[in-house]
Design a protein around this ligand. Structure first.
Ligand code: FAD
Length: 497
């Protein structure tokens, strides 16, 4: 039987954070967007620890800030690490970075079932035609470009939607990405396997860091410990592929063995019980998740989120990269549909910015895996890869806060106008307010905040962001050579003047 034919401006495949972000930001410009999702939401997904850029930057652009607040997710002020040669756990706080100061200096730990559902329902409210239980089975193309998709509806009927653009945000395990051509290049460095489950009754870090993600290294890898609520904790073990044999057989036993070898996590879980029923009742494994596609775009089609690339769970960059890519893709498509630039030009901007963000995190995370180093060398590496003319510590926190891209949308410009305009005078106060690090590095950081270079960097960042709040002169500078800049509403690209 021939398929039912329909048309749209854009078809988005996948209703995860990448797909919902892209679809919503396209619908805000009035385009006809159909989002096809193979599951019925809410559905399970891993990737629960978020960065401030997603919560406050993208969340604000999507219009879900209040809904996220109402969901009462665990507030995450930063991360706690038992890593490197230092046996004492150390913290970083998002609030140390000047761009992140103020009320936007936190993120959330989320149950992805709830978080992704909020984003998808919001997309529908914004005007996206969301169709669940509707797997895409084929991408329709000719020699020139991608022309649409075929999918099966919940009653089993075949549909074909013809569209000017197809966005593949179908995640890690779908094969749809193959339609852009190129290859999926797996990382030589990150070849890890994750084994994860859920516990009730686990301990919490002392306040005010009780919402932090705890990452603890042990001989064969590291463990994440994410407080999802007062009761529920997500616990995952990440090990190098050469230890895969240890996962054969009983998964529960394998997991218990790893957890017992990591003193700090063993102690946190001393009175805890593993959840064995419902959606959190399984022990799951994931592997082969660190890759990048050799191309992210072909005429008529673009890859967003895990469909394009992912690095590694450490430092919680997955949802940030997926939603950042969604923003970049929506700007690119909005610009072409408005007839304001060519597909070639806007997708060069898309791919350039996206790869830049990916590359910086990739380099930094590679350095982080050098467990023989102490934390000083991570700071140093962060500085090196970001090319920031900033102190090591600021560069480090900016990077792990997801604001390294320089996107104004990710930072709290209003707050900066009010809070840090007088940056030189505010430096010492900022240290007092944030509380800084609660380890022996705290003193060192206090000293760093007092240096002239930090003052300059803070002042310049403030200037850029204040201009953003004030409109016209607020235009962002291009990030790439001869690159484009965001339009005034942030939903498209425009030539830099
Ligand atoms: P997804 O969230 O995977 O969404 C894709 C959607 O597409 C799914 O809903 C799927 O059902 C749908 N789909 C698939 N095929 C089709 C089809 N043919 N038709 C229609 N729909 C389809 N990230 C973090 O930010 N923080 C973390 O703490 C973190 N921890 C992680 C731990 C591990 C072990 C791993 C492997 C990853 C982790 N991540 C983390 C990464 C995070 O899971 C992903 O980066 C994120 O989910 C990507 O979002 P997405 O929208 O691209 O894809």
């Amino acid at each position: 039987m021939s398929p039912i034919i329909e048309s749209a401006d854009v078809v988005v495949i996948g209703g995860g954070p990448g797909g919902s972000t892209t679809a919503t930001l396209l619908a805000k410009r009035g385009h006809r967007v159909v989002l096809l999702e193979k599951e019925t939401f809410p559905r399970y997904q891993i990737g629960e620890s978020l960065l401030p850029s997603t919560v406050h930057g993208i969340g604000r652009m999507l219009g879900v800030t209040e809904e996220l607040e109402k969901a009462a997710f665990t507030v995450k002020r930063g991360g706690s690490f038992r890593w490197g040669t230092n046996p004492v756990p150390w913290n970083f706080l998002f609030a140390v970075a000047p761009e992140l100061s103020g009320p936007t200096s936190t993120a959330y730990q989320v149950e992805r079932m709830k978080f992704d559902d909020i984003l998808l329902r919001n997309a529908a409210r914004t005007g996206v035609d969301v169709r669940e239980n509707s797997p895409v089975t084929e991408v329709v193309s000719d020699d020139e470009r991608v022309r649409g998709v075929r999918y099966t509806d919940p009653d089993g009927a075949e549909h074909e939607i013809r569209a000017t653009f197809v966005v593949d945000a179908s995640g890690n395990r779908s094969r749809v990405h193959q339609n852009v051509g190129g290859e999926r290049l797996y990382s030589d460095f990150f070849q890890n396997i994750a084994l994860f489950g859920y516990f009730t009754g686990g301990k919490r870090l002392p306040a005010p860091d009780s919402g932090n993600i705890l990452c603890a290294a042990f001989d064969e890898g590291w463990i994440w410990y994410i407080p999802l609520s007062d009761e529920l904790t997500s616990v995952g073990v990440v090990i190098a592929r050469e230890h895969a044999a240890k996962l054969q057989g009983d998964q529960e036993q394998a997991m218990r063995g790893f957890l017992d070898r990591c003193e700090i996590v063993k102690d946190m879980l001393a009175d805890a019980t593993r959840v064995t029923e419902g959606v959190y009742g399984e022990i799951r494994t994931r592997k082969d998740y660190s890759y990048t596609n050799s191309t992210f775009h072909r005429p008529g089609m673009v890859l967003v989120g895990d469909a394009a690339c992912f690095i590694d769970p450490v430092f919680s960059t997955g949802v940030h990269l997926a939603t950042y890519a969604g923003l970049l893709a929506a700007r690119s498509i909005n610009t072409v549909l408005a007839g304001e630039s060519t597909e070639e030009r806007v997708f060069a901007e898309f791919e350039g910015r996206y790869r830049r963000e990916y590359r910086v995190f990739y380099e930094f995370l590679s350095a982080f895996y050098d467990m023989q180093s102490n934390e000083e060398s991570y700071f140093w590496k962060a500085r090196k890869v970001t090319n920031f003319n900033a102190t090591d510590l600021e560069a480090f926190v900016s990077l792990v806060g997801g604001v390294h891209s320089g996107e104004q949308a990710f930072t709290n410009a209003d707050q900066l106008v009010g809070g840090f305009r007088e940056s030189s005078g505010a430096l010492a106060d900022a240290v007092e307010r944030t509380g800084a690090m609660d380890t022996e590095t705290g003193d060192k950081m206090h000293h760093l905040f007092g240096t002239p270079v930090v003052r300059e960097v803070m002042a310049e960042m403030n200037n850029v962001q204040v201009r953003g709040v004030l409109g016209e002169q607020a235009r962002e500078l291009p990030l790439l050579e001869d690159g484009l800049v965001p339009s005034a509403d942030g939903l498209a690209w425009t030539e830099a003047k």
